[in-house]
Design a protein around this ligand. Structure first.
Ligand SMILES: Cc1cc2nc3c(=O)[nH]c(=O)nc-3n(C[C@H](O)[C@H](O)[C@H](O)COP(=O)(O)OP(=O)(O)OC[C@H]3O[C@@H](n4cnc5c(N)ncnc54)[C@H](O)[C@@H]3O)c2cc1C
Length: 359
């Protein structure tokens, strides 16, 4: 009898893979291992529809909330962009997977070693993100779901608010209305150090809430963490019958959903045998490498003195923002970013020529 495939890690990657595998290739036997008691560990992921338009059809049952547009604040007033935003809440994803998958296909509270996993399986798909990078810096995340004492009046997500000032490197402050009084707030700080000073971040978040005229009734949920802002390709162990999905996230924003959905679609279009899958993953990695190099170059700018300008520029233009968020900047986008940096004096000319020779 064939041994099952083991999916190691029930985070966003592992759960999306398990869900799609069950839908597209129900004959493939697999076991999803997660060391915590909840798939997705109480996280929530927001994403633009344009990050993965083709995947929306199969992602729909996992989506907890959608907004048909989003907005950007670059000064007085808001600009509306007609690109829908969606939210996947892991609490819902956890319930749905428990309902859809056979009981033996999910093992929670189960920390598995890759070696042991190999003995028990035909092969392992490792989604744990264990890899090394040269780093430009770090992205500190603070996500809070909160209820206000009053109605907030926010009709659509505001994904960049220039008026919320930086404290430590550059900052992307966004908020998503979940109901008339409840908001999901994402506060992302790009920083050269990895110290997660939650007191400082909470204080800055409170200042931002006050500046927006909001009074908090209660905090419903808080989630925080630090991810890397890389400047080099991920280095990871690739040995034995293991398909390693480490480091497959957007190099600047740290979001995984774009690469996860695109590669999962390719993976389930195979017969799901080890050799073929490994080839599909390797080809995907090499196809996206050129785009990723430019994002890693952008990352170096984020740790300089006035990096907020770069996010401002990207958020000013809807199509540039779409391509940036998908990680697929074209030649004109890249030139615009480089020229903008030169004219604002942030980028020495020799860096410009180094960049051109890399493209
Ligand atoms: C606060 C915060 C907010 C974020 N918000 C967004 C967002 O809105 N949109 C977005 O796209 N990205 C967001 N991100 C980035 C986010 O980290 C990634 O997009 C995504 O969670 C990565 O998923 P993953 O499956 O690759 O890795 P992980 O989420 O790290 O999943 C790996 C899983 O493996 C499990 N595991 C580890 N070792 C073992 C073991 N030995 N045995 C069994 N299980 C194991 C872990 O418990 C974990 O659940 C956010 C990050 C943070 C910290």
């Amino acid at each position: 009898m064939n041994k099952p495939v083991i999916i190691l890690g029930g985070g966003l990657w592992g759960c999306l893979l398990a869900y799609k595998l069950k839908e597209s290739l129900p004959e493939v036997e697999f076991i999803l291992y997660e060391e915590s008691s909840m798939l997705g560990r109480h996280e929530a992921w927001t994403f633009r529809e344009s990050d993965c338009p083709k995947a929306l059809k199969w992602l729909k049952p996992l989506i907890t909330k959608s907004w048909h547009e989003h907005r950007v604040r670059l000064g007085q007033g808001e600009k509306a962009y007609h690109n829908p935003f969606h939210l996947i809440d892991s609490r819902h994803m956890h319930e749905l997977l428990l309902e859809k998958l056979p009981a033996q296909a999910i093992r929670l509270n189960n920390r598995l070693r890759a070696g042991l996993a190999l003995q028990e399986s035909s092969f392992v798909i490792d989604t744990r993100n264990i890899c090394h990078f040269k780093k430009a810096g770090y992205k500190k995340h603070l996500t809070v779901e909160l209820e206000l004492q009053h109605e907030h009046g926010v009709a659509a997500p505001v994904v960049f608010n220039k008026n919320v000032k930086n404290k430590d490197g550059s900052r992307i402050f966004s908020y998503f209305p979940l109901s008339s009084r409840v908001l999901l707030i994402n506060d992302y700080w790009f920083s050269s150090n990895q110290v997660l000073n939650l007191e400082q971040m909470r204080e800055a978040l409170n200042e931002a809430l006050t500046s927006l005229g909001w009074k908090v009734q209660k905090i419903i949920r808080e989630e925080s963490g630090v991810t890397v802002v890389p400047t080099s390709e991920p280095l990871f162990r690739q040995e034995g019958r293991v398909i390693n999905l480490a480091g497959l996230f957007h190099d600047t924003t740290g979001c995984s959903i774009g690469h996860a959905t695109r590669l999962i679609e390719k993976m389930v279009s195979t017969s799901f045998r080890f050799g073929e899958l490994r080839e599909v993953v390797n080809i995907y990695r090499s196809e996206i490498e050129n785009d990723r190099k430019f994002l890693r170059y952008i990352n170096k700018l984020l740790t300089e003195e006035t990096p907020g300008q770069l996010f401002e520029m990207v958020h000013e233009q809807p199509f540039l923002l779409e391509r940036f968020s998908r990680g697929e900047l074209n030649f004109f986008d890249r030139s615009k970013i480089v020229l903008n940096k030169i004219s604002s004096g942030l980028l020495p000319l020799e860096s410009h020529s180094r960049l051109e020779s890399r493209q």
